[in-house]
Design a protein around this ligand. Sequence first.
Ligand SMILES: [Zn+2]
Length: 216
Amino acid sequence: MTGAGLDDDMKGDPSGSSSVYRFWMPKGTSRNVVFLTDGNKSPIIWEHNYQYRGNWRNWLTCLSGMGVRCPMCDFHEKEGKYGRYKIQLFTVIDCNKFTDKKGVVRENEKRVVCAKKDSCEVIARRWKTLMENGNTLRYAMFKVHRGNSDKSAGVGDDYEFIKMVDPATIADPAPMDYKELFAPQPEKMARVVEILSSKVAAGEDAPEGTDTSVAY
Ligand SMILES: [Zn+2]
């Protein structure tokens, strides 16, 4: 099994399959979120998304920002997949109520919206309107809707402003630690690329897009 050693490494690893900190919603659903970061406090980074054992919930921050060659970018150049793309990071409170795997009902969890280009543009337009009305993106509540199409964004396509939330009602308004969550991981990336390359060499590689259950 070529994947030996990678699964263990992914336990508790924010760039691995346990990426619960990322805001995500199923197709054809709506939910409310409250922004905790303003538009000018939202960093932009480059990352790679790759498929591993049929699962697309795997990301690695591109190493190009470190001023070194990025093995995933090299892989993309050679194989034509898993290319890097830009995301903008916003910390939000996800107001969605859900039952976790242990049967515990949870809501108002902090998440990072990792917005690609189209979602960024929507959020930027909403932010502009808020500023024109003397408000901030921070503490603004939106109803987010995700469409049904395969092209719909995992972070939602439509952000409808609901109201400004009283900051006094938010227990922990600090943004999430992006530096920690999105830290480049050169050693892990080297192992991932080695595994992905060996899968290609062995002809085991599933065509891109085979698993659309989690479309990012
Ligand atoms: Zn890269």
